[in-house]
Ligand binder design. Structure first.
Ligand SMILES: O=C(O)CCC(=O)C(=O)O
Length: 263
C-alpha cells in the first residue's frame, strides 16, 4: 500500500489529539456522496433532528448506518481507513466502532457545541480515532475545530444533551466542566472533499452553525485500537447499544464491531 501518512502526522496526532490529512480519501468521495444522498432521504430510527427558533433549516444527525448503506461499508472495509487508524493510534488491531452522519441544511443556525465524544460512548481507552470527512468544501469558519492537547485531560468532560444542555448521566464527580477554550490553541482548517480531520475520542471539538446558503454533509467514522474495552456507563450512551450484553473491560464483540485489521 502507498504510504499515506508520515511520522509528522503521527506525532501531531499524539501531541495535539488532532491532525489534518489532506486529500487522503479523494477517490472515495463520489461513492460516499451517493451513500449520503440515500441517507438523507432515508434516515434511521436513531436519527436526531435539531432545530433553532427563527431558523428555517434543520440539523440532522444519525448513527450506525454502515450495515444498511453499502457505500459506507464499502469504504469501511475496502479503503485504507483501518490502516491509517492503526498508524495514528499505534495499534496492531483496529475495530470499527460506528459511523455518525451530520447533515446541516442551508442556514440551519444550529452549532455543534464544544464537547468530547468519549463520555457519550460505552468504551474506555486511549487508542481511538474519528475520521471527520466533509463531503463538500468547507471554509474554516464552518469546519471542525478542536482544542489541541485536550485529549490528555485527566478527567472526562461532563456530557450533556445538545438539545437542552442537561447532564447526560446522573451528575457525578467523575466528570469536569468544559475548560475555557481560550486556554488552548484551536486547530481548524479550510477543508475540501477528500480531506480528513482525524481526532482522538477525548479531543474537545465543535463546529459553528451552517449559516451559508448551501447544505453541509459530513461523515465521521470511528475506530478503536488495542487498549479500548467496553465500559458500562451510568445511563444510556450515544449511540446506545442496549442489548450489547458485555462486561467492563471486555474487548468489544466482533459480531457488532468488526475487526478490520489485526497485524
Ligand atoms: O460536523 C459537526 O458539526 C460535528 C462533528 C462532530 O462532533 C464529530 O464528528 O464528532
Amino acid at each position: 500500500m502507498a504510504i499515506l501518512i508520515n511520522q509528522s502526522d503521527i506525532q501531531s496526532f499524539k501531541k495535539d489529539g488532532v491532525v489534518l490529512l489532506r486529500g487522503i480519501f479523494s477517490e472515495w468521495i463520489d461513492i460516499l456522496i451517493q451513500g449520503a444522498e440515500f441517507h438523507i432521504q432515508n434516515p434511521s430510527e436513531r436519527a436526531l433532528i435539531h432545530h433553532k427558533k427563527n431558523f428555517q433549516g434543520q440539523f440532522l444527525e444519525d448513527f450506525c448506518n454502515w450495515k444498511r448503506i453499502p457505500e459506507y461499508s464499502d469504504f469501511i472495509f475496502n479503503s485504507p481507513l483501518a490502516s491509517i487508524a492503526s498508524s495514528l493510534t499505534e495499534s496492531k488491531s483496529v475495530q470499527f466502532f460506528h459511523d455518525h452522519f451530520f447533515y446541516k441544511d442551508a442556514n440551519s443556525g444550529v452549532p455543534t457545541p464544544w464537547h468530547q465524544d468519549m463520555p457519550y460512548y460505552c468504551v474506555s481507552g486511549h487508542q481511538t480515532v474519528s475520521f471527520w470527512m466533509p463531503l463538500e468544501s468547507r471554509d474554516k469558519n464552518v469546519s471542525l475545530r478542536s482544542l489541541a492537547g485536550s485529549h490528555l485531560l485527566k478527567k472526562e468532560i461532563r456530557p450533556t444533551s445538545w438539545s437542552n444542555n442537561e447532564s447526560f448521566y446522573e451528575d457525578s464527580e467523575a466528570f469536569m466542566d468544559l475548560p475555557d477554550s481560550d486556554d488552548y490553541e484551536i486547530k481548524e482548517w479550510r477543508t475540501q472533499p477528500g480531506d480528513v480531520i482525524a481526532f482522538n475520542f477525548k479531543t474537545i471539538h465543535g463546529a459553528n452553525a451552517n449559516l451559508n446558503d448551501k447544505i453541509s454533509r459530513t461523515l465521521s467514522f470511528r475506530l478503536i485500537g488495542d487498549d479500548v474495552v467496553f465500559r458500562d456507563r451510568p445511563g444510556r450512551t450515544s449511540p446506545s447499544f442496549p442489548d450489547i450484553n458485555q462486561k467492563n473491560g471486555e474487548r468489544l464483540r466482533e459480531d457488532w464491531f468488526p475487526t478490520l485489521l489485526n497485524s
